[in-house]
Structures are given as structure tokens and as C-alpha cells.
Design a protein around this ligand. Structure first.
Ligand code: ARG
Length: 426
């Protein structure tokens, strides 16, 4: 199945970091191929122009750049919001959601520049290689895939030495042992002492959420307006998706919202301790959930939670370009037709909590729910309802137990007396 690897022209997904900088020259040397780099902007901070110039100086024949922020928000992040997507109940899938988009862009640009192979800087232990490889294989089975870091067996020191030996220009960052991946939807931090799940994440790994002793002493409120399941305004100001998520990251982040510290099950069968900062994602998902609880009926909410979970797993597992993801998303879209309205969030000391919600599609009927005398709810009807509702259990429960507990004679005797008095049958 693997294409014979004798590529002439390789398109390398290039972040500007150490791995992918070294990869430019390593691929050229190992395969005798020319290397074009592609940097995809999915909202990562950091100096992108500098990175492009360095790619050329480090031997790339061309350094391409694609701004994919808007596509990322619209096509990947917004569907994840409709799914309240949190892998294993915790991780908003920030890295996972960007991979299929980067892979798709790689394929498009590979075709434009006539590359016969694509390359990425993923290791052989993570999910990202799976996501890239599966996506590329699905969209362009004719392209060979090279993953230098998976092949070359160099550690960080080796890479720095290699760069020196080949007079590569690298930006030697203040020695951080962490592997960081960043985009509009969040920041993933791995490695170093974080690998030990029994040690707390040190403050220094956090960036978007400041320092915990700098979080404001009083809460901040923000009103999120949704239309058909996606956020369209903050505090009444209509905004495009990218600036909206950015602003949410900033405001929620300043209050410490979105720090995630959990043990995660990777696709490749290992558990690992993962640390994230996803302030905007955590806040917007909280708001979205609060609105859904107001406008969706109970049975749909219950069933949708299964779809939500599966959607998150499909994304995590690298199956974006699959019929299953498309079908789940179609279901989600249908559910979102009434998910419009305003939710007020209170951001405070690491938490984002919904404190108000309203919608023209609200299913909450005050005249039914109120405890005031004006209620139109027929409390007398509850008695008959409960009688039938509990009927099956009344007959079925404890049958196996009965024989076991026959020795204790008082059990099961009080049942009849516990039932509310029904009006006489006609
Ligand atoms: N565990 C996360 C995921 O699988 C984050 C991966 C982060 N990648 C990185 N290069 N640090 O989506």
C-alpha cells in the first residue's frame, strides 16, 4: 500500500519550530528531493513571517503560506460547538480539529506545486500522525507521506547539533522542555514534568490564562448570542467567528477559564497526562449547553448527548473525512435550528458559568413550571400519571431478590400503603 518513497518534490507542513526546520534539510539530504514548505495559519500566535523567511534560508525552494483561520472557525470549530465536543468529557479537541484542515490544505497545495509527497513533523507516539496520515491517504492516495521525526531517531539535542552541523538558522527558544501546539481553539502543552500525572502542572506552562494569582477578584459577565447553534455576537456586538473566538479566549483566559488537566487515552493505545488551555472553547461550549437545555426537548437532549460524544471521538480519532462524521454532523445541524438566543456567562476564578439564558424558542413554560397559585399545571393529574409510570416496576422489581430475602418477612409488605390515593375508577 505504501507508495515507493523516491520523491522528487516534497511539500512539508512547516511550523517554524526546531523539528520542521531540521526536516527541510534532512528530507533534501535523505531523499535528494527538493522541499517546499507550507505554513497554515490556524490562529497560532508567534512570528509567522520570520518563520517563512527562515524556511527559505534553510533550503526550502519555496515557502508557501495559507491563512486558514476563517475556514477553521467556520468548518471545524463551529460544528464542534454544536456537538459540545469534549473528548472524554474534558478536551475541546483544539489540536485534533485543526489537523484535518492542515492535511486538506497540504493536499491542495501539493497539487498546485506538483509535489509527489507530503511531509509532517509528527512523532510516532501521538494522535497527530494518525490524523494527518489518514486524512492525506483519504484525500490523495497518490501522495507519498514522509514523517521525518518518526524516522530519524534524533532527540532535541541531536536536532540542535544537526542544525549546527548543517549551518541551519533555528530560533533557539528559551529552553523549554514542553511540546506546544496552538491554534484559535486552544493550546496543548505536553512533555517535561507534565508527563508525571502525580505532579501538578507548574504555572509556567500556562500562557493564555495568565497566572492564577492575577485573576480578577470580581467576576466578569459576557453575553453570548447564538443563531442556529453558533455564536454570532458578544455583548450584543455582532462579530465574525475568528475575532469572536479570539475575544472569548482573551476575556475567559484573563479569568483563568479553560485550564484542563486530565489523563487521556490516545488513539495509539497509550494513556498520557495532557494539559490544555482552551478558555474560549470551554466558555462557548458552556453557553451553548445552557441554551440547548432551554430549547431542546428532553428526549432529543438525551439522544443528542450520544451523538455529541461520538462526534468528539470521531474527531479525536482522526476520522474527519469519513461518512460517519458527515452523518453525525447532519444530525447535529438539524437539531440546531432552534438553538438561538442569549446566554449570560459569569467568568470568575477559573470558571465560566451560565447565569441567564433566553430564547424565542424556549420550551420552558412559566405558567406550568411556577409554584405560584396562577399555575395551570394539573397537580391532580400527577397522581394517575405516577400510578401508571411506576406500574411496571411495582410488578417487576425485586423478583429475584424476593427469594433471597424471604427470610426477612417484613420486606415488601409496605408497598401498597406507599401508593398515593387514586380517585375511584368510574
Ligand atoms: N493530546 C492532544 C491531541 O491528541 C494534543 C496533541 C498536542 N500536540 C503537540 N504536538 N503538542 O489532540
Amino acid at each position: 500500500m505504501a507508495a515507493p518513497i523516491a520523491p522528487r518534490h516534497v511539500l512539508l507542513a512547516y511550523s517554524g519550530g526546531l523539528d520542521t526546520s531540521v526536516a527541510i534539510s534532512w528530507i533534501a539530504e535523505r531523499y535528494g528531493a527538493s522541499v517546499t514548505t507550507l505554513t497554515v495559519d490556524v490562529g497560532q500566535q508567534g512570528e509567522l513571517e520570520g518563520a517563512l523567511a527562515r524556511a527559505k534560508r534553510n533550503g526550502a525552494r519555496e515557502a508557501r503560506f495559507v491563512d486558514a483561520k476563517a475556514a477553521f472557525a467556520q468548518e471545524f470549530v463551529w460544528p464542534a460547538v454544536t456537538a459540545n465536543a469534549l473528548y472524554q468529557g474534558a478536551y475541546p479537541l483544539s489540536t485534533a480539529l485543526a489537523r484535518p484542515l492542515i492535511a486538506r490544505t497540504l493536499v491542495e497545495v501539493a497539487r498546485q506545486v506538483g509535489a509527489d509527497a507530503v511531509a509532517h513533523g509528527c512523532t510516532g507516539k501521538g494522535n497527530d500522525q494518525v490524523r494527518f496520515d489518514v486524512a492525506i491517504q483519504t484525500l490523495a492516495p497518490e501522495l507519498a507521506i514522509i514523517a521525518p521525526v518518526r524516522e530519524w531517531n534524533m532527540n532535541r539535542e541531536d536536532e540542535i547539533r544537526y542544525a549546527k552541523d548543517h549551518s541551519l538558522e533555528i530560533r533557539v527558544t528559551p529552553k523549554t522542555p514542553y511540546s506546544i501546539d496552538e491554534n484559535l481553539w486552544g493550546r496543548s502543552i505536553e512533555g517535561g514534568i507534565l508527563e508525571d500525572p502525580d505532579r501538578p502542572a507548574p504555572e509556567e506552562v500556562f500562557d493564555w490564562t495568565g497566572r492564577s494569582d492575577s485573576w480578577p477578584a470580581s467576576p466578569e459577565e459576557v453575553v453570548v448570542t447564538f443563531e442556529r447553534g453558533v455564536p454570532v455576537a458578544l455583548d450584543g456586538r455582532r462579530m465574525d467567528p475568528v475575532p469572536l473566538v479570539r475575544e472569548m479566549n482573551q476575556r475567559a483566559g484573563a479569568n483563568g477559564v479553560g485550564r484542563i488537566d486530565h489523563v487521556e487515552d490516545r488513539v495509539v493505545g497509550i494513556k498520557s497526562r495532557e494539559t490544555y488551555e482552551c478558555p474560549g472553547a470551554v466558555a462557548l461550549i458552556e453557553a451553548h449547553r445552557a441554551l440547548e437545555s432551554l430549547v431542546l426537548p428532553r428526549d432529543l437532549l438525551s439522544f443528542k448527548s450520544l451523538i455529541d460524544r461520538r462526534f468528539g471521538e470521531v474527531v479525536y480519532e482522526g476520522m474527519w473525512f469519513s461518512p460517519l462524521r458527515e452523518a453525525l454532523q447532519a444530525f447535529l445541524e438539524r437539531t440546531q435550528e432552534v438553538v438561538s438566543g442569549d446566554v449570560t456567562l459569569r467568568l470568575f476564578q477559573g470558571n465560566a458559568k451560565a447565569t441567564r439564558r433566553r430564547s424565542p424558542y424556549s420550551l420552558l413554560a412559566p405558567e406550568l413550571a411556577t409554584y405560584a397559585a396562577s399555575s395551570t399545571f394539573r397537580q391532580d393529574a400527577a397522581v394517575g400519571f405516577i400510578h401508571l409510570y411506576g406500574l411496571a416496576n411495582e410488578r417487576a422489581y425485586g423478583r429475584g431478590k424476593e427469594s433471597r430475602e424471604r427470610t426477612s418477612p417484613s420486606k415488601g409488605r409496605t408497598k401498597r400503603a406507599a401508593r398515593a390515593i387514586l380517585p375511584a375508577s368510574p
